[in-house]
Design a protein around this ligand. Structure first.
Ligand SMILES: Nc1ncnc2c1ncn2[C@@H]1O[C@H](COP(=O)(O)OP(=O)(O)OP(=O)(O)O)[C@@H](O)[C@H]1O
Length: 240
């Protein structure tokens, strides 16, 4: 089966200046693929390129066998790609339900109630809070709203940019568990994560980027067991 997402020889950046150079990356259906690497390596720029938020200088991005480089973000959402940016924007004065509804604007689901029920099954914390202003939620709950909002568009591919950034250790574990649960529903995940060890432990495969280039790629388990990767990117010793 051909991959759901195939990035081939991608050079992209901002204002015509390249940040990532000749990147290759494949994501098969229902995989969790993680991108790790030092600060400024270009990890977010890869995600943003898939979501049409960079200038693409050369190379190709194929989604479900269709070239999407150059297709605008608002057209990508109904095709089945949705992104949760690092900024975790919610609308604090709108209720949780209204925030979730925003996810349906670009790609109205066939059965809104059913899709919302699926989201609330994944995020039961939000069920009691549907009519509360989202601004009253904790950081972890806000992240559930942004993930839930993305799921309201019924994506095939979910792009997650540092989904655990700034969360307490308790929520961090929960978000990783939720990402596994989202994949269980059949959604493919491409994510950038600073908590590299935990991310590799849930990844099917991962890519290491350095200075905007592919440095290594392997299964999450093999990268966790690789001495050089551990020393250079995971802060040293084997986890106990
Ligand atoms: N909108 C932008 N305009 C210009 N330069 C940008 C923009 N966004 C990012 N950059 C630059 O691109 C480079 C790579 O940034 P990117 O966010 O892709 O890296 P990253 O690997 O995700 O880093 P981090 O782990 O710190 O988030 C950085 O030097 C950054 O300053």
């Amino acid at each position: 089966m051909s991959p759901l997402l195939a990035i081939d020889g991608l050079t992209a950046g901002y204002g015509g200046l390249p940040i990532i150079d000749n990147i290759n990356l494949l994501v098969a259906q229902k995989e969790i693929i993680v991108v790790i690497g030092p600060n400024g390596a270009g990890k977010s720029t890869v995600l943003k390129s898939v979501f049409a938020l960079t200038s693409i200088l050369s190379g190709s991005i194929r989604f479900a066998d269709q070239e999407i480089a150059g297709i605008a973000t608002q057209k990508l959402v109904p095709m089945g790609i949705c992104a949760v940016p690092q900024t975790r924007n919610i609308f604090p004065s709108l209720t949780v339900r209204e925030n979730l509804d925003i996810g349906t604007y670009a790609a109205p689901p066939r059965n809104r109630a059913q899709v919302e029920e699926g989201v609330l099954t994944l995020f039961p914390d939000l069920k009691q809070k549907l009519d509360q202003p989202a601004g009253e939620l904790s950081g972890g709950q806000r992240q559930m709203v942004t993930l839930g909002r993305a799921l309201m568009s019924e994506p095939k591919l979910l792009l997650l940019d540092e989904p655990t950034a700034g969360l307490s250790p308790a929520y961090l574990e929960r978000i990783f568990d939720l990402i596994l649960a989202i994949r269980q529903t059949g959604i493919t995940i491409l994510m950038v994560e600073q908590n590299a060890r935990q991310a590799l432990s849930i990844a099917d495969r991962a890519y290491v980027l350095v200075n905007g280039r592919n440095f290594a790629s392997d299964t999450g388990a093999n990268l966790l067991a690789n001495d050089e990767i551990r020393r250079s990117f995971l802060g040293g010793s084997r986890p106990s």
